[in-house]
Design a protein around this ligand. Structure first.
Ligand code: ASP
Length: 349
């Protein structure tokens, strides 16, 4: 068989990479040296697959930005050698890691596909086999010498989604992920149908890996009756640089004077406050209702239709760069990796 494409499989951990130990009957991490024994159908694919395994393997609840950077380094070290990268990852924080990687990897011209499973590979009904095989097919899909999906994506069940648009919305279903504000990059069925209009175009520039992330930020999710003390304690955290303010609807918040003045004081100290809606779908539109006018007036910036996961990752990335406040403000309000849609542009709905 002629192998036309090569894939590096990076196993970070999570449910997918588990098989039943023949001796004990317990689930243990699969040894990808024996990948072809576990999934014989891979032998039929016109792809060579090498693997890199994290040691120890990580339940994704324990993934942190340092691990995202390590994944990015492995990609950087192997970028010329492979046509695409498939990352096995726990589903719980996959949307954060995918968002993080999309910002860390600038000028990405090759596919980086994250996948996982709700049931381990070692289980008879595992969704992991299909997810893995499909991810490998997508990561090795090229038209002539150009990757079909040159971006960070999540492949789960029957969808390929832009990584930084994705949210894990179901803890149980095989279809665990959704991208509420951006269409699927591909639908997986009898065929893999790529929606090329929605896929990033390659820019053929050299890959740039950003390895400094700053985690001095919080997510502040508003709820009716939230105590002043709690909000003030959060806004006065020492060293705080940014707040992802999860608001109601189109970016609305209680108009209590103490809330607005607390936020204003934080903004005046240099803290960035980014308005992201608690709704799964739709966009922040400050000024639409009276309950968001005050936020706009004190300098809260709009996250438009960005996900919370992506807002967190984008802030970590930009805070880690050596930027002036004006540069930072500008970059926060324009899409850098297709993570948000500004204004009333096509959200593919
Ligand atoms: N707890 C697991 C993880 O996120 C669940 C999964 O793999 O889907 O690592």
């Amino acid at each position: 068989m002629v192998f036309s494409r090569s894939i590096l499989l990076i196993n970070t951990g999570g449910t997918i990479g588990m098989v039943k130990d023949a001796a004990t009957g317990a689930l243990r991490p699969v040894d990808f040296v024996h990948l072809y024994e576990q999934i014989p159908v891979l032998k039929k694919m016109p792809v060579t697959i090498d693997s890199y395994t994290f040691n120890p393997l990580i339940d994704s609840s324990n993934m942190h930005p340092g691990n995202w950077i390590r994944v990015a380094e492995v990609i950087e070290e192997n970028y010329e050698k492979y046509d695409g990268f498939v990352i096995l990852h726990g589903s719980d924080t996959m949307a954060y890691s995918a968002s993080g990687l999309s910002f860390i990897l600038e000028n990405l011209n090759k596919p980086v596909v994250l996948t996982g499973a709700q049931l381990p590979l070692g289980k008879v009904r595992s969704d992991g086999r299909e997810n893995l095989v499909t991810s490998i097919e997508i990561a090795s899909a090229y038209e002539e010498e150009t990757a079909v999906v040159p971006e960070v994506a999540i492949c789960f069940e029957n969808l390929l989604l832009r990584g930084n648009r994705t949210h894990k919305y179901n803890a149980e279903h095989f279809n665990a992920f959704h991208s509420f504000n951006y269409p699927a990059l591909a639908n997986v069925g009898l065929h893999i149908r790529y929606h090329t209009n929605y896929i990033q175009k390659p820019n053929f520039k050299a890959l740039k890996v950003h390895k400094k992330l700053d985690t001095n930020l919080v997510i502040l999710k508003l709820f009716p009756g939230m105590a002043r003390q709690a909000v003030e304690a959060i806004l006065n955290i020492q060293g705080l640089k940014a707040v992802v303010l999860e608001t109601f609807g189109t970016g609305n918040a209680p108009t209590d004077e103490w809330l607005l003045s607390g936020l204003k004081a934080a903004i005046n100290r240099g803290v960035i406050v980014m308005n992201v809606t608690q709704c799964n779908g739709g966009s922040v539109l400050m000024g639409k209702y009276h309950t968001s006018v005050g936020l706009q007036q004190i300098g809260v910036i709009s996250g438009y239709d960005i996900t919370t996961e992506s807002a967190v990752a984008k802030l970590m990335y930009l805070l880690g760069e050596d930027l002036t406040r004006d540069e930072m403000m500008l970059l926060l309000q324009i899409p850098l990796r297709g993570e948000m849609t500004v204004g009333d542009e096509d959200r593919g709905k």
